[in-house]
Design a protein around this ligand. Structure first.
Ligand code: KIV
Length: 277
């Protein structure tokens, strides 16, 4: 475990929300990955990943469920604690699981647990304008918030599958409005999943906070992938936006993480074949 004192002596200081805002302003791509344990957190951090998310995707890639719905607050805390111990530089975000933020009070109580018990620096929740009151309540209590819009995996049973969102113009405009309203309510980051390139570009232009995309095209401020997808660990059919960074040679997992970060930084990922129109 690295202490605050050790971190102060580092050549590259730990990433914080100001670092991420500056990266947006300077058009430096933000490289993000998920992680679920300390060993992978070390690899991801050493690769210079800027932001690490303990995503509720752990329900699928670690626990073996078909969706993220069964994941609990205790599960996220357990994994966030482990990831925290492996990180030195990256900014740590933890997911609020399904039904853990149905009221402002419940959201605050669970967000505080993710930060105090897990060690998260920011929490992520799914939802558009319906979550404004929750985001406002959290940010009024100085809880940093990442708002996840576009495809919301926790709503998979309501949507009817993992599908591209925002293809019709009404839905796209609603998404842009949602991003602005969430920012105005205090969200510090917008995460945009599985939308056409044009929607990714429009949202990124309209808001001042960093926009991190997953299947949202090349014109967002940063990219994120589920770590096990990026390292070719996940079996079966993968979303179109996934690139396996282990594919090109027989290198190590550490090299796979480095290749991902380089590809985001030099904008070779995402390529046209990873994008939606
Ligand atoms: O849970 C998760 O890993 C996520 C990413 C897909 C962004 O939300």
């Amino acid at each position: 475990m690295y202490t605050q004192l050790e971190q102060r002596g580092m050549d590259t200081p730990p990433v914080n929300i100001s670092t991420l805002r500056k990266m947006k302003a300077e058009k430096t791509p933000i490289a993000c990955l998920t992680a679920y344990d300390a060993s992978f957190a070390v690899l991801v951090d050493k690769a210079d990943t800027d932001l690490v998310l303990v995503g509720d995707s752990l329900g699928m890639v670690v626990q073996g469920h078909d969706t993220t719905v069964p994941v609990t607050v205790d599960d996220i805390i357990y994994h966030t604690k482990m990831v925290r111990r492996g990180l030195r530089r990256a900014f740590l975000v933890a997911d609020m699981p399904f039904m853990s933020y149905t009221t402002p009070e419940q959201a605050l109580e669970n967000a505080v647990r993710l930060m105090q018990e897990g060690g998260a620096m920011m929490i992520k929740l799914e939802g558009g304008s319906s979550q404004i009151e929750i985001v406002r309540h959290l940010t009024r209590h100085d809880i940093p918030v990442c708002a996840h819009i576009g495809l919301k995996p926790q709503s998979v049973h309501k949507i009817g599958g993992f599908k591209v969102q925002g293809r019709d113009s009404g839905q796209a405009l609603q998404m842009i409005d949602d991003a602005i309203s969430l920012q105005d309510a205090g969200a510090d980051i917008v995460l945009l999943e599985c939308v056409p390139n044009e929607v990714g570009k429009a949202v990124t232009r309209k808001v001042e906070v960093p926009v991190i995309g997953i299947g949202a095209g090349p014109d967002v401020d940063g990219q994120i992938l589920v770590l096990y997808d990026a390292l070719g660990i996940t079996q079966g059919r993968l979303p179109k936006f996934v690139q396996n960074f282990m594919e090109s040679d027989s290198g190590s997992l550490a090299e796979g993480c480095v290749r991902y970060v380089e590809a985001v930084k030099n904008r070779s990922y995402p390529a046209p074949e990873h994008c939606f129109s």
